[in-house]
Design a protein around this ligand. Structure first.
Ligand code: ATP
Ligand code: MG
Length: 267
């Protein structure tokens, strides 16, 4: 799974990457679901010890084209974890108050505290993606942001945060099917936004913006992973595996109990 990592200093080459990886997992959907159950149990246990130990901070950034599957990823990958220690922050169109500040101002308060996992559903990367594609600020304002973002993320990691960033990579064809499903299935129509069609027209500009963003900001301290995401079960499996492997490496332990518990009798 770690081959989905964008090697720092190298081009992300999104367009050359598969949206439907045939080799990553030897099994089929049924085997994938089974493996996912095991991973969910592992993540549940790891998140519990993370919370109990209260030392590590974990930040997970999710970015994708519309219908890319950020919501489904959150639902399935974190299934079974304790909401007390897992916070989701969704970054929508900035409010006037947010726009009156620098673009990282609204982001920092949502970074994880000790013992917490924070999931960013969209993120500060929108400020070099949608902002760039729609010319929301001039280029001389957004171009320095790659460096700011790297510095911001470095500061977070220097202060004890582990950062993982996932780009859920779907094909344009898959997006068409998912948008159509939002129109056709009554319980999905609430998700259909006509504006998504206008964004779809800008697919190429978004890919260009992602290409530069991932190339410039995949760092040793905060790597990007380009996840083949046309198949939802595979996407979940890949992300879950990377998160579980990363958390295992943190060497977390339950805190020592207070002294003298052995002889304690509860009356
Ligand atoms: P779904 O995929 O389920 O539709 P979503 O994340 O697309 O969820 P929406 O409310 O549909 O949520 O869209 C949020 C919108 O906010 C996106 O179009 C995104 O580009 C926009 N947005 C986020 N951050 C910024 C920003 N900094 N500047 C401008 N627009 C932003
Ligand atoms: Mg949307």
């Amino acid at each position: 799974m770690h081959r989905y990592r964008v090697t720092p200093g190298e081009d992300a080459q999104i367009a050359a990457r598969d949206t439907r990886d045939p080799q990553g997992f030897s099994g089929d959907k049924t085997a994938g679901r089974k493996a996912m159950k095991v991973l969910n149990a592992e993540l549940e246990a790891l998140q519990e010890v993370l919370y109990a130990e209260g030392k590590q901070k974990v930040l997970i950034v999710l970015q994708a084209m519309d219908t890319g599957g950020k919501d489904g990823t959150i639902r399935h990958v974190f299934d079974g974890t304790n909401p007390q220690g897992v916070k989701v922050a969704s970054f929508k169109k900035p409010t006037p108050r947010e726009l009156a500040h620098d673009y990282l101002w609204r982001v920092h308060p949502h970074t994880p505290g000790s013992g917490e996992i924070a999931i960013f559903n969209r993120s500060h990367y929108e400020d070099v993606l949608v902002v760039r594609v729609h010319d929301l600020v001039p280029e001389h304002r957004w171009r320095p942001r790659y460096d700011h973002i790297n510095a911001f993320e470095k500061q977070l990691t220097d202060e004890g945060t582990t950062i993982l960033k996932f780009f859920l990579h779907i094909s344009k064809e898959e997006q068409k099917e998912r948008l159509q499903a939002r129109l056709d299935e009554p319980h999905k129509t609430w998700k259909f936004a006509k504006g998504d069609l206008a964004e779809r027209q800008l697919w190429g500009s978004y890919i260009d913006a992602y290409e530069e963003a991932l190339t410039r900001t995949s760092t040793d301290w905060a790597p990007w992973y380009v996840i083949p995401a046309d198949r939802k079960w595979y996407r979940n499996l890949a992300i879950s595996t990377i998160i579980v492997d990363t958390l295992k490496e943190l060497g977390m332990e339950y805190p020592d109990p207070e002294e003298g518990l052995d002889d304690l009798v509860i009356e």
